[in-house]
Structure formats: C-alpha cells, structure tokens
Design a protein around this ligand. Structure first.
Ligand SMILES: O=C(O)C1=C[C@@H](OP(=O)(O)O)[C@@H](O)[C@H](O)C1
Ligand SMILES: C=C(OP(=O)(O)O)C(=O)O
Length: 431
C-alpha cells in the first residue's frame, strides 16, 4: 500500500503515545526466559513486537493476551528444540535470539527480508558466540544463519559495539543463564550506548545481577542465575512519538502527546530537548508533551548517537529550520533497515531538501519555505524513513506519494491514523 501526503498547515488534538518497542521486545524476552508466569501491561503491537511474540511461542513460551496485558508462561533455560525461526525484519529480535538459541541444539533463522534485514551484518555477535563454543553457519555474517548451540560456555568474552549495541544486549541476556561466570569486554566502540541502559534496567527488574563498569564497556555476569517471573508495564515510545512531535513542530499546531515519561531511559527522549533548542514552543509535564508549533525553527548541532531512532525525525525538522544543522556521530544509521544516511537523504532531495552527507554526518541546509514536493518517495522498507518523509510532506507545496508505506507497521502501525486524528491530510492508496 502507498500513502499520499498532502500539504497540511494546521495540526490539532491529543493522542496517547504508542507503547515502547524496545521495552516490549525486552519484557517479552525476559518473561520467556523465566520459569513462572509473568504479566506485561500495555505491550506494543507492531510487526517487530509480533515477531518476538511469535518466536518465543515457537521456543515454548505460552502466551495469553487481552486488550491491556499479555500473560506469559516462560520456558526458563530450556527452550523447545525448534528447527526454524522467522524474525521478519526485526533486527533487535534477531540479535537477541541469535544469542538465546545458543541454548538450543540447532535453529535456522530464515531470510524473509533479503533487501533489508537480509543485508544487515551480524559478524560481531557471531564471532563472540563462536568464541563461546557455539557453532554458527552464515553467509558473510548475514541471514540465513544456523546456530548450533547446546555447548555455549561463559568465561572471558569480547564483543565489538562499533556497529550495534544489540550484540552486547544479546550477550547480556544469555550469559546469566550459563554455568560459568562471564566477563564481557566491549572492544572498538559502543554505539547506541544509551540503549544498554534499557537492557540493564529490564535485566534488573527480572531479578538478574550484572556488574557493569561506569563507562558500560566491562561487565561481570555471575552464571547459574534464574530470570524471575514478574509484572511489567511498558512505557510510551519516544522514537515513534518523535515523528508526531516534529510534525507538530513544522506546522501551526496545538498537539499533546500523552504517556511520555520525563525520566525515561530512552535516548530518543532527547527529541524534546532538541525541539526546545530549535526554539519550538513546547512544555513537558506529567508525561504530556504539548507542542504549540508556529512553523519557525532554529538550526542546531547534535550528537545523533544519543538518540539513534529519532535522528531521521530531527533531520526532517531541520529541513525547515532557518540555517544549517549538523547531526554527527551517526555512522551506524547506515546499518539499519536501509542506509539511513544515503538512502534517506536521496529521498529528502527528491522532495526538494538541501542536504549533504559525510560518512558519519548529516548536514541540513534548512529553509523556512515550503519544499516543492510533487514526487514519489521510495520507502526502502524503512518505517522511520516513511514517518520522516510524511512529516516533510505536510510542508510541501505538492503532495508526496510514499510507496510501500505499509512498512510503517514495523514499529508504528497506527501512525497514519494518529496523523489523521490530528488533522493531517494523508490517504492510503492501492499500489
Ligand atoms: O536494542 C534495541 O532494542 C535497539 C537498539 C538500537 O540499535 P543499534 O544498537 O543497532 O543502534 C535501535 O536503533 C533499535 O531500534 C533498537
Ligand atoms: C533500527 C530499528 O530497529 P531494529 O534494529 O530492531 O530492526 C528501528 O526500530 O529503527
């Protein structure tokens, strides 16, 4: 399905934020790894969170769900002997489960998105798991991947965090279950470091003890631990909400987004500070972000690694700022659903934006005028490209046609409903 985005000068109304993708995938996983019955309130519903539901069910967890909660009877340290798993296009789900299936005899992860997840590299995690005695068959670090586990051992483990934090998170979920104690050393670099804070928070809630160094580069993980069955509540999602907040910032607006905790560990919480720095009128109180946009924005410089999943939305805001903005330290955007630097900037240029790329930087020469628009946008299988281009389309002279916009459902299936509820002119059309 495609979407037509038409010029929309005004947005007004209130919505509840979608539930956090990152917390939902983590709570589903730790609930599956516990031996008792856990309850997760307000889990996200999206392709990625459904992929985790499907895979933990295949691995032996029992799930019962109603409108507000999901009840999960876990499989503990003994997942079912399953031959195949399909994670869809979900990177974090794949990486976490590559580690957890080290507890299984033999599992093949199939390649259902050859042009998106199928292109993403997992070598750094594969090498770490191999060093732990896990046999892995792969195609140059990419899907399809077969994990022959059963003999995984703790001890001293080194993992590179230069491409993704998900490799480290994956090892942090696995190592507490091993017989031996483990020491994990992160080498090269650690990108998206703030996300590790979410992993550690969830592990602690699940009763797991991990000793992390202050710089998050060294970990001592006692072995023979058990995940505890617990009750969890999923908070609102900043990365998805960032697109809504930016839509409000680039239009004349009066928009409230509820359920966005001020003290969240989500790095993308920075969207609120970034919009403030861009001089967008807003308040953030009692979990409600209230934007009263006037369409005027100031440019800024920002370290995008602190808020990786909100950078595309921030760039969309910068397109309409009065001057040049720079988003630096963002190289790992190239290893996401698409190359979120080259591919994304190409689509922005089609709409009329003036943008430049460096290997690890996005430079935006912003102009307050509307962009010409009137072009067809390639979504590159990327929900965040779709959301960001929708925001840009609201402030184009002519409509944007976003091809294959249904991929927005990877994280935010209700995105276009929420934009419509706020008065945005968007319309689904058959491809
Ligand atoms: O651990 C996670 O749940 C995620 C980590 C981040 O990836 P990287 O660490 O690869 O940047 C983020 O972009 C992704 O959406 C979710
Ligand atoms: C990159 C993302 O997800 P993942 O890495 O889990 O596919 C995302 O949600 O923007």
């Amino acid at each position: 399905m495609d979407v037509i985005v038409r010029p929309t000068p005004l947005l007004r109304g209130e919505i509840g934020a979608l539930s956090s993708k990152n917390y939902t995938t983590r709570y589903l996983l730790v609930a599956a790894l516990a031996e008792g019955t856990s309850t997760i309130y307000y889990p996200a519903h999206s392709e990625d969170s459904d992929a985790m539901r499907r895979c933990i069910t295949d691995l032996g967890a029992e799930l019962a769900e109603d409108e507000e909660k999901i009840i999960i009877k876990g499989f503990g340290r003994q997942p079912r002997d399953i031959k195949e798993l399909n994670v869809g296009n979900a990177g974090a789900v794949l990486r976490f489960l590559l580690a957890i299936t080290a507890l299984c005899p033999e599992v093949t992860f199939v390649n259902t998105y050859p042009d998106s997840l199928g292109r993403r590299p997992h070598n750094d995690l594969i090498e770490a798991l191999q060093s732990m005695g896990v046999e892995i068959e792969h195609r140059d670090g990419r899907l399809p991947i077969t994990v022959r586990g059963g003999a995984a051992q703790g001890g001293k483990i080194r993992v590179s965090g230069a491409v993704s934090s998900q490799f480290l998170s994956a090892l942090l979920f696995l190592t507490p279950l091993l017989e031996e104690d483990s020491e994990i050393e992160v080498v090269n670099d650690l990108k998206s470091k703030v996300v590790i804070g979410q992993t550690l928070e969830v592990l602690e809630q699940a009763g797991i003890v991990i000793h992390a160094s202050e710089d998050l580069m060294h970990y001592k993980v006692p072995g023979r631990q058990s995940y505890q069955a617990r009750e969890y509540t999923v908070q609102g999602d900043y990365p998805g909400s960032a697109a809504i907040l930016v839509a409000a910032a680039v239009t004349q607006s009066d928009v409230k987004v509820h359920r966005l905790m001020e003290r969240s560990k989500q790095g993308e919480r920075a969207i609120v500070d970034v919009l403030r720095m861009m001089k967008v009128p807003l308040t953030h109180e009692n979990g409600i972000v209230h934007v009263r946009g006037n369409g005027r924005l100031q440019p800024l410089e920002f370290d995008g690694d602190a808020a990786t999943d909100a950078v595309l939305a921030m760039v969309a805001a910068a397109v309409f700022a009065d001057g040049t903005s720079r988003f630096y330290n963002v190289e790992n955007l190239r290893y996401k659903e698409c190359d979120r630097i080259t591919d994304y900037l190409n689509e922005l240029r089609k709409a009329g934006a003036d943008v430049e790329e460096r290997q690890a930087e996005i430079i935006v020469h912003g102009h307050p005028d509307e962009l010409p628009g009137g072009v067809t946008i390639n979504a590159h299988y990327d929900h965040r490209v779709i959301m960001a281009l929708t925001v840009v389309g609201l402030r184009c002279k002519q409509p944007l046609l976003i091809k294959d916009a249904h991929h927005v459902a990877k994280s935010y299936p209700g995105f276009f409903d929420d934009i419509t509820a706020l008065g945005g002119h968007v319309e689904w059309v058959e491809a």
